[in-house]
Design a protein around this ligand. Structure first.
Ligand code: HEM
Length: 197
């Protein structure tokens, strides 16, 4: 089994005791069914992990480039002066790298569900800025951008997967599985935002 904690970034609390997610495993199964999840997706994600794992820094360069060049997004990483906070961006980036690998490699079990809830709260007003002790002018990530992010986080991954795929079918399988995984994540992270979730 892989050691997911060889280098543990600050605030990467995956394998610690976390508050239980308000979402049940039964609800997760229904969500997975709704995004057309099958065991093939789990297998395709494991394979995607072997391709993306060594490339996480390149992937993050693309995503951080997009955020940095989008004033309406980078404002979420502002410090107390309203300007992008480099230390905050850097601290989150380390946990983001873990997320890419975890999304591919982890079992979507109770522990995974609990960490999704924790990260959901870190986007929500409940816990944003707490982990990295930032006095940010941004109190939360707007839900609309959380949902919209599914598109860039999906589309930009294709060329990375293509570089390691053995054939077109394998590429499609990995790409579709990644799309479903990011969508599932965004749905779970939307939970604290809506009583009608
Ligand atoms: C599908 C949508 C999104 C995904 C998958 C995603 C992914 C992540 C990950 C993996 C982390 C670190 C989690 C951890 O603490 O372990 C994080 C934190 C963060 N993300 Fe997102 N994110 C999404 C949407 C957004 C959007 C739209 C913004 C706005 C620019 C954003 C801004 C942030 C900020 C500021 C943090 C740090 C929050 C804190 O203070 O703890 N995220 N995100």
């Amino acid at each position: 089994m892989k050691d997911h904690n060889m280098t543990r970034p600050n605030g990467y609390d995956y394998d610690t005791d976390l508050a239980p997610s308000p979402v049940s495993l039964a609800e997760l199964e229904l969500l997975k069914a709704t995004v057309l999840w099958s065991d093939d997706d789990t297998r395709a994600l494991r394979r995607a992990g072997t391709i993306l794992g060594p490339k996480v820094e390149d992937v993050l360069d693309v995503w951080y480039g997009f955020v940095a060049s989008s004033p309406h997004l980078v404002v979420s990483f502002a410090g107390s002066d309203g300007q992008p906070d480099g230390a905050y961006l850097g601290a989150v980036r380390q946990r983001f790298a873990k997320w890419i690998v975890d999304t591919c490699d982890r079992d979507y079990d109770q522990r995974w569900l609990d960490y999704q809830h924790e990260v959901a709260l870190r986007h929500h007003v409940t816990k944003k800025n707490v982990t990295d002790l930032v006095a940010s002018t941004a109190a939360y990530i707007p839900l609309r951008y959380l949902v919209a992010f599914i598109v860039p986080l999906t589309i930009t991954i294709r060329s990375f997967l293509a570089a390691g795929a053995s054939n077109a079918d394998e590429l499609d399988a990995m790409y579709n599985a990644w799309f479903k995984a990011v969508t599932l994540t965004a749905i779970l992270w939307a939970q604290p935002y809506s009583e009608a979730w």
